[in-house]
Design a protein around this ligand. Structure first.
Ligand SMILES: Cc1cc2nc3c(=O)[nH]c(=O)nc-3n(C[C@H](O)[C@H](O)[C@H](O)COP(=O)(O)OP(=O)(O)OC[C@H]3O[C@@H](n4cnc5c(N)ncnc54)[C@H](O)[C@@H]3O)c2cc1C
Length: 304
């Protein structure tokens, strides 16, 4: 069977697109490994619908809803290879099956490269958190730390200081005079020593150990990690890739077309700001463009 669209990645971006295309009576195949980026998170999300929406149940209900459409095939499978063949794309899945489709939507997300500090990875999403925009409000006026894990960390500390008394753990890196001055102006405490380990009960954080023998009480640590694309498919197809301070993203135009004809991308793989609501919006934008291109069989929405 030839699908109208194959979607690689069935999370916020991929499933939103699948639902739109299903309602346009398109035949869609979604392949999904089932490891969305937020899977470690136990926190309410600040999604577009309700502040306390649980992302796991929102995603599950989206999956269940999409599964009811007769023109959609959902496969809990990895896409391992994609080849462009004449007017089709042929996706090979982990089981070795070949799936053909006229359009391809990449929505396979990114993974965070967490710093190798003992006690950190197991607290990710619970007491070690990625983003002030999602979680800052929940910690209103409570002391928090920021780990210097990427070029965005000082900016993250400044944002958090709007809500909370904030300490920036430089983790042995330098901080130039103008940055130090900007941090101190916002009353952000600066700790220079490398971080040795994090400790607390279970996934909770209680203490941070520094290399200069300090042990400080701390309940919550924020960090913006660098990331990597979850699949090399886009690169192998020849899609233009951009490299920013936090890692690679797939270049797209306003309709979420990549630089390769009939290949689209949506969600965290093509944006600098990770966000479930924005990933859904990307999926919707890409799906509308795909539907229009199938109806009119044009390439009018050129990549630019
Ligand atoms: C700890 C944490 C907490 C977060 N909290 C929030 C929050 O509160 N609010 C908010 O708005 N955002 C939050 N985010 C960000 C949010 O998780 C992402 O913005 C969102 O998940 C992006 O959706 P996506 O569809 O682009 O990708 P993802 O949700 O990452 O989904 C990608 C999907 O593709 C699958 N996949 C990967 N490779 C393949 C392949 N080769 N074949 C088939 N399938 C594949 C993956 O398994 C996954 O299911 C958080 C992120 C983290 C890390």
């Amino acid at each position: 069977m030839q699908y109208d669209t194959i979607i690689v990645g069935g999370s916020f971006a991929g499933l939103t697109a699948a639902r739109y295309l299903a309602r346009a009576r398109r035949h869609v195949c979604v392949l999904d490994l089932g490891d969305p980026r937020h899977r470690f998170s136990a926190q309410p999300t600040g999604m577009w619908r309700r502040d306390d929406d649980n992302p796991h149940s929102v995603l599950q209900s989206l999956w269940d809803e999409v599964a009811t459409y007769p023109t959609v095939t959902l496969l809990a499978e990895a896409a391992v290879k994609v080849q462009a063949q004449q007017e089709d794309f042929v996706v090979t899945n982990w089981s070795g099956e070949h799936i053909a489709g006229r359009r391809l939507l990449l929505a396979f997300g990114v993974s965070d490269n967490l710093p190798d500090i003992p006690g950190l990875a197991e607290r990710w999403g619970v007491s070690v958190l990625p983003c002030p925009d999602f979680h800052g409000f929940n910690y209103d006026r409570k002391p928090v730390g920021v780990l210097n894990a990427s070029p965005r960390s000082p900016e993250q500390a400044m944002l958090l200081s709007e809500w909370c008394p904030t300490t920036l753990y430089l983790d042995g890196s330098g901080c130039d005079a103008s940055m130090r001055e900007a941090l101190e102006r916002r009353k952000i405490r600066i700790e220079a020593a490398p971080v040795r380990r994090l400790a607390g009960d279970g996934c909770n954080l209680a203490r941070i150990y520094l290399a200069d023998n300090q042990v400080q009480p701390l309940d919550t640590l924020f960090l913006t990690a660098c990331h990597q694309l979850n699949s090399s498919i886009a690169e192998e197809l020849g899609c233009a890739i951009e490299t920013g301070p936090l890692g690679q993203t797939i270049a797209v135009n306003g309709q979420h077309m990549t630089s390769i004809r009939h290949v689209y991308a949506a969600g965290d793989i093509c944006r600098k700001t990770a966000n479930m609501t924005l990933a859904c919006a990307d999926g919707m934008t890409a799906a509308m463009a795909i539907h229009h291109s199938l109806v009119f069989e044009t390439n009018a929405t050129e990549f630019a």
